[in-house]
Design a protein around this ligand. Structure first.
Ligand code: FMN
Length: 201
């Protein structure tokens, strides 16, 4: 039974498309779930104390400025599977997800800086990213509107790779603000993709 770390990022509770589909994915994975609602309980913003503490040598005793970071990293280390369900906000990640990323991507703790570039220190594991968006970003809309910029999926992939998590699958829920029919079609497409992904587990 895998330990699943499930991050949700929408403030819209039961109305959230990303959460609804993320919940289905997590149920399909089975296992023990640690659900962290980043919208409800956002990680702190990086401040001066944190910025100084990450540059100090890593010690056994965790400095107070890194306590939240350490707790979030340990949750991630304990997870066999990571699921992130998130809205697209202004072509990118919501601020609460960025705040989580800033806490877990930590030099000499989750990655090392080498002459060849950053090297992840966490073990690889399956990760899933469910993205809900009002418009379309994987390609043009059904009516031919060009795809909007996507600074979310590539960014999250790069960030996870930086800490060593390379096995990322993406489930897109596009056009969900364009009426019930379009939203239902997006959910249907996402469910089919989840079924396909779960057969590979
Ligand atoms: C502040 C804000 C910014 C948004 N930016 C985008 C965007 O750049 N592209 C897009 O397609 N939809 C955008 N949306 C629409 C949301 O992605 C969409 O409503 C999505 O369903 C939200 O996810 P949720 O249903 O899980 O809450 C934005 C919504 C908000 C509130």
């Amino acid at each position: 039974m895998p330990n699943v770390l499930y991050l949700t990022c929408s403030p819209r509770g039961a109305m959230s498309f990303s959460r609804r589909v993320g919940d289905e994915l997590v149920a399909g994975l089975g296992g023990a779930v640690l659900a962290r609602d980043l919208a409800e309980d956002p990680p702190p913003m990086v401040d001066a104390g944190f910025s100084a503490a990450i540059l100090a040598p890593v010690t056994e005793a965790v400095p107070p400025a890194l306590a939240v970071s350490e707790a979030l990293i340990r949750e991630l280390e304990a997870a066999d599977v990571l699921v992130i369900a998130t809205p697209m906000n202004n072509f990118g990640v919501p601020a609460v997800l960025k705040a989580w990323i800033d806490q877990i991507v930590r030099i000499n703790r989750t990655f090392r800086s080498t002459p060849e570039g950053k090297v992840g220190l966490l073990r690889d594991r399956p990760a899933y990213l469910v993205v809900a968006s009002g418009g379309w970003f994987t390609g043009p809309s059904p009516t031919g509107t060009p795809a909007q910029p996507d600074f979310l999926t590539g960014y999250v992939r790069t960030v996870l790779e930086t800490v060593g998590i390379r096995s990322l699958s993406i489930v897109a829920l596009e056009g969900v603000t364009r009426g019930a029919e379009v939203a239902a079609a997006a959910i249907g497409k996402a469910r089919a993709e989840i079924d396909r992904l779960l057969t590979q587990v």
